[in-house]
Design a protein around this ligand. Structure first.
Ligand code: ADP
Ligand code: TRP
Length: 360
């Protein structure tokens, strides 16, 4: 294990290969990756194995991997400064996933929010409060006698994610707020491994937010987060017309009813987006206009669209340049896979040794 105090801290993160990246992915994850690459020993990957839990069309999976890679590079990730790789190119991860599953409890996995969410969707059960509670998920899964099923890969999603992180001995894992529970499980599995084998082999990785709070980028539909499955996204690849149209259609309300009222959720969401993309003075201007009831939502949206485009259009242009450059893209990930495999093979060797798996 490394004892060199001057060594840079290790950063590891990834995004599932499930479609184009949106502003939530950008501000929750990718933009943080880009800002960290000069100061840390960074490894970023594309989680194609994680994407399998929701059964992507085989014809689409590789295209999705390719587009995320192009988006990583277009947003500014430099393959000379980071290890960039595809998860499935590193078979050591899959083996360590098997080993780590021996230390993951079914109960804790079933209580994970992302599992409950996806299981509910697969089984067609309503959200708690809308007529169902957590017990219904368990009953449905165990007593399930119809065709709808929840696959075991979905249950062990956090084990695979923990392995992604632990195999690099990562210190920091820049992710959005929705991933913090997975990170907590990662720490727990590492601690459990350490205590079972009486070792201090794994340390405890944490999220990274430049000293601030984890970001949750809202959608344009008035409530909740921006997410691929929510259908409320602004994509980095959106062209100018599409993007403006989406922003102009964002849900609002009938306007502030009295001075200094607290903004309703849809309006707060627009302010939150503005906080990410606009000058502080622009945001202040519209907040003031809300407070004195002079705000015009049309103006707010126009300004917001303008400021989002300043961020996304240059990235879009680079994506379009990169995404068909197969030769360059494959060169990047072939090299990344070599580098990642070297790290992963060492950890796997050590983990096997600790667990007592020895060769004759
Ligand atoms: P999606 O929710 O659209 O399926 P992913 O789950 O693939 O996106 O997320 C990839 C990364 O982007 C994760 O680090 C996640 O925390 C972050 N992320 C996704 N949506 C948001 C959001 N609305 N706000 C902040 N971060 C987000
Ligand atoms: N679970 C993450 C998501 O849905 C993707 C992911 C897989 C990941 N393995 C990871 C993120 C390891 C950070 C570190 O976005």
């Amino acid at each position: 294990m490394d004892t060199n105090q001057d060594k840079k801290k290790v950063v590891l993160s990834g995004i599932r290969a499930t479609g184009n990246l949106h502003l939530g992915n950008y501000y929750g994850a990718l933009n943080k990756f880009v800002r960290m690459q000069d100061d840390y020993d960074c490894r970023f990957f594309i989680a194609d194995l994680h994407a399998l839990t929701t059964h992507p069309d085989p014809a689409m999976l590789h295209a999705n991997v390719k587009s995320i890679l192009a988006e990583y590079l277009a947003a500014g990730l430099d393959p000379e400064k980071n290890i960039l790789y595809v998860q499935s190119d590193v078979p050591e991860i899959s083996e360590m996933y098997l080993l780590m599953n021996m230390h993951a409890g079914i109960g804790e996995l079933m209580r994970t929010a992302s599992f409950k969410d996806k299981a509910r969707k697969a089984l067609g059960i309503a959200k708690p409060g809308a007529g169902a509670d957590d017990d219904d998920i368990e009953k449905e899964i165990i007593g399930n006698n119809h065709n709808k099923s929840v696959n075991a890969g979905l249950l062990t999603y956090p084990t695979l994610m923990a392995v992604d992180i632990l195999i690099h001995h990562a210190d920091f894992v820049p992710v959005g707020k929705d991933q913090e529970q997975h990170l907590e499980l990662t720490r727990r599995f590492g601690r459990r491994f350490n205590s079972f084998y009486k070792t201090d082999y794994f340390s405890e990785p944490v999220n990274f937010n430049f000293g601030g709070q984890a970001v949750k980028v809202p959608g344009l539909d008035g409530s909740g987060k921006m997410g691929k499955s929510e259908g409320n996204c602004i994509y980095l690849i959106d062209d100018e017309k599409t993007l403006r149209k989406k922003v102009m259609r964002a849900v609002t309300d009938q306007g502030p009813q009295e001075p200094n009222s607290t903004p309703t959720e849809p309006i707060q969401n627009l302010f939150t987006l503005m906080e990410l993309v606009s000058d502080p003075s622009t945001l202040e201007h519209f907040k003031q206009a809300y407070a004195d009831c002079s705000i015009r939502y049309g103006d707010l949206k126009k300004q917001l669209a303008e400021d989002i485009l300043k961020v996304t259009l240059p990235i879009r242009e680079r994506i379009l340049d990169l995404r068909d450059n197969d030769e360059y893209l494959s060169k990047v990930v072939r090299r990344g896979a070599e580098q990642a495999r070297e790290v992963a093979a060492k950890t796997l060797r050590e983990v096997r040794e600790i667990m007592g798996i020895r060769k004759f």
